[in-house]
Design a protein around this ligand. Structure first.
Ligand code: ADP
Length: 265
């Protein structure tokens, strides 16, 4: 269980997260949505020990995350950040980095099991054929898939992702989110994911957290959060909300300025 209690967090004098209280239970699939600048990435940074809170505390199973030894934290928590560095190493070397938190003391090279787990992660994310390629010669979308492969190679209990589908075409978006959903259901991997795309959030996430100006505006099921009134208020733009005819999950469409009057008829 992650428990966030009265967290205030920011950069220099600037306060970004302004009193966050939140619990996330193991096994959840939580989507974090909200307008640009509402604090989604900052919340992920606070939860993953990148940014220390100024006030309040974040507990993982009752223990302050800043007191958990780093290696222990990295064995349990993996992060896929928005930008993946174009480092001068091969895809396979990069994915194997995910195994380092599992190395024993004085272990410097990967074991057969490490290689096996890395191989499986590359296969699941569809990047196995890229294994010999250099990270700095991949497209943004390919690098994003490799970063997800590395995070899975870490075999975490908690996986945090910041817009994991931002550079992916729809086929890859669905492939990755299907894979994450399957891992969430079959191996109890807990997912906390910032998603820009409200429709993907509505389709996949079991619970949504809507941020506005550094605070939690609403949390609940996709149906509760993707409500027309709530979305229009928080994003400040008119939308139409409907139900996907095949999945029965909610979707949100923007309404162009010239078409807004039609709804009033
Ligand atoms: P979101 O992910 O919702 O777009 P962020 O958490 O990235 O929002 O940013 C929230 C606010 O914090 C924004 O006003 C942004 O300009 C500011 N911010 C983000 N990162 C930094 C940083 N490294 N230094 C200073 N301000 C930052």
């Amino acid at each position: 269980m992650f428990s966030v209690k009265g967290v205030v967090c920011g950069y220099g004098p600037k306060v970004v997260l302004d009193g966050i209280d939140l619990s996330v239970a193991q096994g959840e699939f939580l989507g974090v949505i909200g307008p640009n600048g509402s604090g989604k990435t900052t919340l992920l940074r606070a939860l993953t020990r990148v940014l220390a809170p100024r006030q309040g505390e974040i507990l993982l199973n009752g223990e302050n995350i800043w007191r958990v030894p780093l290696k222990n934290f990295a064995r349990r928590v993996a992060v896929v950040s928005q930008t993946v560095p174009a480092v001068p190493m091969t895809v396979e070397e990069f994915v194997l980095l995910g195994r380092i938190p599992h190395y024993r003391d004085l272990q410097f090279l990967e074991t057969g099991r490490d290689a096996e787990v890395a191989e499986r992660s590359m296969r699941m994310t569809g990047v196995k054929e890229l294994r010999g390629r250099w990270m700095d010669q991949l497209s943004g979308g390919e690098r994003q898939l490799v970063a997800i492969a590395r995070a899975l190679a870490q075999e975490p209990e908690w996986l945090f992702l910041d817009e994991p589908t931002a550079h992916l075409d729809i086929a890859h978006q669905v492939r990755i989110l299907d894979l994450l959903l399957e891992l969430n259901q079959s191996s109890n991997l807990t997912l906390i994911m910032v998603l820009h795309d409200l429709n993907l959030a509505g389709e996949y996430c079991r619970r949504l957290l809507l941020m506005q100006k550094g605070r939690i505006h609403k949390k609940g099921s996709a149906e509760e959060v993707l409500d027309r009134g709530i979305i229009e208020e928080v994003y400040g733009t008119p939308v139409a909300v409907g139900k996907n005819p095949l999945s029965a999950r909610p979707f949100v469409l923007p309404v162009p300025a010239g078409k807004q009057t039609e709804r009033k008829k």
